[in-house]
Write a protein that binds this ligand. Structure first.
Ligand code: SF4
Length: 348
């Protein structure tokens, strides 16, 4: 009798597992995920060659930052969800790594940098544990808005490198620049950051985006500097918008303001680095050109020259780009004297 019950239980589990797997595979083939789950590697100033992981099927975030480069938040939430099964992600990454290795394309980090907030992924710890098997270091770039949640902290402990966003320590400015979900509490986030920094054993960095007339006063930067003294971190980066933002007013501070801020940071904030100069974009890919391009653009707009270089390196040309432009899938957007290709909002 017990044996029969165990056999029934086992068959039931197998059916459920097969159903879930088919659902995941169907999801991966759906236009939402098509080629998007793994992208790059993208050359990054902080992480070198970074293979991007994007497990979100739409732009799901706790914030709707004015400078966001991946478009308006279509799903502003604080609830954690699993959009893609860990095993399916593992299979897609394995396939991608095989292609990249065959083409001698280097990788320094596998980085969770979706078009949204990576800690909203309820599978994060499991995903990291599985991907670790490939032998690469794992990074998570989070906006830190749910870092007060113990489960999120536990998940982040699995990563080798965590970058947290601290654009301000002033609640009014936070509302203006990050436009948070109404359930979030600012002080709880700051306390969560402090607590996490004291227990995390990997490399912890912070990132502050400075936007003209929002958080570019010396008082703002001074207050951030005071908060940074309270947390255990390896480095703090200060950046400015260098890609087309969602709000046209989210532009870099004026040059004289940037120069004052630079002096202040250099002289007062230990272990900090200023990333005000824009660098050339570079990215790679080993699969179909169109899919690779769409996947990268889902996570960040890329300079026109970088897109052209990528397409040429893959044997493509203007004929590759034209249908994507004509169908409205990608757009060419001017920003700060440069032109960027970006994914159209309806496709992100
Ligand atoms: S910048 Fe990051 S945190 Fe802000 S809305 Fe965009 S994805 Fe979310």
């Amino acid at each position: 009798m017990t044996q029969l019950r165990n056999r029934i239980k086992c068959s039931f589990y197998n059916i459920i597992e097969a159903l879930c797997r088919n659902l995941d595979i169907a999801m991966l083939k759906s236009p939402c995920f098509k080629g998007k789950a793994v992208f790059g590697p993208v050359k990054s100033r902080r992480l070198g060659y970074s293979l991007g992981i994007n497990t979100m099927k739409c732009k799901m975030c706790t914030y709707d930052c004015v400078y966001c480069q991946v478009g308006q938040t279509s799903c502003r939430t604080t609830c954690r969800e699993s959009c893609l099964g860990s095993y399916e992600l593992y299979c897609v990454v394995r396939k991608k790594l095989e292609l990249l290795q065959a083409q001698n394309i280097p990788i320094d980090y596998i980085t969770f940098m979706p078009n949204g907030e990576p800690t909203l992924n309820a599978n994060l710890a499991k995903d990291i544990s599985l991907l670790r098997e490939f032998g690469y270091k794992i990074a998570v770039l989070t906006n830190s808005s749910v870092i007060w949640n113990d489960k999120v902290q536990e998940d982040l402990m699995f990563a080798d490198y965590v970058s947290i966003k601290i654009d301000t320590v002033n609640e009014g400015t936070w509302q203006t620049i990050n436009r948070p979900h109404s359930r979030l509490r600012f002080q709880t986030i700051l306390d969560g950051i402090e607590r996490f920094s004291k227990s995390y054993q990997g490399i912890l960095t912070t990132e502050t985006m400075l936007v003209k007339d929002i958080n570019d006063s010396l008082q703002e930067v001074e207050a951030i500097g005071t908060f940074l003294k309270k947390i255990k971190r390896n480095k703090s980066y200060f950046a400015i918008p260098t890609r087309p933002p969602i709000e046209s007013y989210a532009v870099p501070p004026d040059s004289h303001v940037l120069s004052q801020i630079s002096d202040f940071i250099t002289n007062n904030i230990l272990d900090s680095e200023i990333l005000f100069a824009s660098v050339e974009d570079m990215f790679y890919g080993a699969g179909e050109i169109e899919n690779e391009l769409l996947a990268v653009l889902s996570a960040q707009p890329m300079r026109e020259e970088a897109v052209k270089n990528f397409i040429t390196s893959k044997g493509g040309g203007i004929h590759t780009l034209r249908p994507m432009i004509e169908s409205g899938e990608i757009l060419l957007i001017p920003f700060n004297g440069n032109s960027f290709y970006s994914i159209a909002p309806s496709y992100s």
